[in-house]
Write a protein that binds this ligand. Structure first.
Ligand code: GLY
Ligand code: MN
Ligand code: MN
Length: 529
């Protein structure tokens, strides 16, 4: 990962003197003071020779059959405009070490690329000449992918650049590979600046540019400079135009195509395997210090084996941590007899993720009180599922889930008002114990389509092809003096992923047990394994 310095290295030159190209300069400054890299011409010459041909075999991605339709829909919404969709840059973890790179979701959706493809790349949709033959055939744009060439064993970067030299990081995809994988024409990233400014202007027929501006500040600045240099330097207006591009891309993902539905099924299979391994680790972890972390490790190991990573930081919340909605520190001790809330999902290599929550009795059997509270959440979730019909809205799911929760809280004597008063906009007292939302879109992002307008999301009729969670819960904080002592420190959430079909909803995660008897049987099976 980093260069190891030994006494023998001292015969090599101590500091690199040459100035680096812009993108690498900051990095070189961060490592130069400890670099003892050999720099003799003889060494370089030697390193450039004697390697076997290393052209990788690259097959088209399955997603590349689906991206043309996505790109065409995007193009039709922005006829005559250049659209710029960056992959983003790695985030520095410390000094010269970066976090694992994950491409931006909009880029992944329109290129079909997953895993860590490809930091610094930029997808550009170039508007076609409206009088040209392609436009007459109904095409609006030519997609082009700008990427860095490979630093393979024919280059000096191969052994000198620890960030993308293939001696350091292994084989990468360059222009030829990216084109073969995506089916999109590729160009050297060095040509991007010229390509972005071509024909931009204010006159009739000139090109305007929009960028997904949050992803890569360098690309956004490049686009802003191009606009300013061509009489389009209105920052607020430009930002609003850019947001419309991001919004369109989010709303395009509200319904999933057949490939995406297949990937979502894979995420659920992998997530089930993660829960299986966690349950196998549970009996030994019980009552050990930081055993939430033991279980986190069990789930996360499956996410790396079967997928790209976890789709979001796993929540492993036992006992009084469970009512803490975003408990991700996972440092607690999982105690025998408590409830354990696990909210986790595997992100597969295409970057689609599941989002599943199960709540377990840590010693394998629910107590009567735990059953009563758990069943209320399960009933609420089922009510939400029954409300999820083609043409219904997210708000309908929300209200159905909330009604059951309010009724149960009332039955237990916790609501200070009637059920109807609590459910009214002026009441909402039941939300003390369920403050978060109970449904969201799911896909490439765990909270997918977040840039969609309210009227396209919460307020929109549910359509076939939509995938979303239903995840009611009850969260009784340890410090809540308005509930009986035996309720305090209990948190329950049951979260499943739903695909809306032509004829109604399908639990995509039906293979992951959740009924009381089924959870106990599932735990018993793994306790013995
Ligand atoms: N895991 C995040 C959520 O349930 O929304
Ligand atoms: Mn969720
Ligand atoms: Mn979740």
């Amino acid at each position: 990962m980093s260069e190891v310095v030994t006494d023998r290295d001292k015969e090599y030159e101590v500091r690199e003197q040459e100035s680096a190209p812009d993108a690498d300069q900051a990095m070189d400054e961060r490592v130069n003071n400890r670099s003892l890299r050999p720099r003799s011409e003889a060494f370089k010459e030697f390193m450039r020779s004697g390697w076997a041909d290393d052209d990788p075999d690259i097959a088209p991605l399955e997603a590349s059959k689906f991206t043309p339709a996505r790109l065409e829909a995007l193009g039709r919404a922005f006829v005559g405009e250049r659209l710029v969709i960056p992959a983003g840059q790695p985030k520095v973890r410390s000094n010269d070490c970066d976090y694992m790179f994950r491409p931006d979701t909009t880029f992944a959706y329109y290129t079909g690329l997953g895993t860590d493809y490809e930091a610094g790349a930029v997808l550009v949709l170039n508007p076609l000449d409206p009088n040209g033959p392609e436009a007459k055939a109904g095409k609006t744009h030519m997609p082009e992918l700008f990427v860095a060439p490979r630093a393979d064993n024919s280059t000096t970067d191969f052994f000198t650049n620890p960030h993308y030299g293939e001696y350091w990081v292994g084989p990468r995809a360059g222009l030829r590979e990216m084109q073969a994988m995506t089916g999109i024409e590729t160009h050297d990233i060095a040509q991007l600046a010229d390509a972005l400014s071509k024909d931009v202007g204010t006159q009739a027929g000139a090109v305007r540019v929009r960028v997904v501006r949050e992803t890569d500040p360098e690309i956004t600045a490049l686009v802003e400079n191009v606009r300013k240099a061509n009489g389009l330097g209105d920052p607020d207006g430009n930002a609003a135009d850019d947001d419309k591009l991001h919004e369109f891309a989010a709303e395009a993902r509200l319904t999933k195509d057949a490939y995406e539905i297949g990937e979502m099924r894979k995420t659920i299979t992998a997530t089930k395997a993660g829960f299986d391994r966690l349950l196998s680790a549970l009996p030994d972890a019980l009552d050990k210090p930081r055993s939430e972390r033991i279980l986190e490790g069990a789930f996360n190991s499956v996410s790396r084996e079967l997928g790209n990573a976890v789709g979001y930081d796993s929540i492993i919340a036992s006992g009084p941590h469970a009512p803490i909605l975003h408990w991700m520190r996972n440092t607690g001790c999982v105690k025998s007899g408590d409830l354990l809330l696990v909210d986790a999902g595997v992100e597969v290599d295409s970057l689609y993720t599941a989002d599943i929550t199960r709540t377990f009795p840590t010693n394998g059997k629910f107590t009567d009180l735990q059953k009563r509270l758990y069943q209320a959440v399960l009933d609420s979730q089922q009510a939400g599922f029954e409300a999820a019909k083609v043409g219904a809205t997210y708000c309908d799911i929300h209200h159905a889930c909330m009604r059951v929760i309010a009724e149960r809280l009332h039955d237990w004597g916790l609501l200070p008002v009637s059920v109807e008063e609590a459910l009214s906009p002026e009441g909402q007292q039941h939300r003390r114990w369920l403050a978060c939302g109970v449904a969201h879109h799911l896909g490439l992002d765990v909270h997918d389509c977040a840039q969609a307008r309210f009227e396209a999301y919460q307020g929109a009729p549910i359509r076939p092809g939509m995938i979303f969670t239903i995840e009611p819960g009850l969260y009784f904080r340890e410090d809540d003096m308005l509930i009986p002592p035996e309720f305090r420190g209990i948190g329950i959430r049951i979260e499943d992923d739903v695909l809306m079909g032509e004829n109604g909803p399908e639990w995509l995660s039906a293979s992951i047990p959740k009924e009381i008897d089924a959870v106990e049987a599932w735990m018993a099976e793994h306790a013995q394994a």
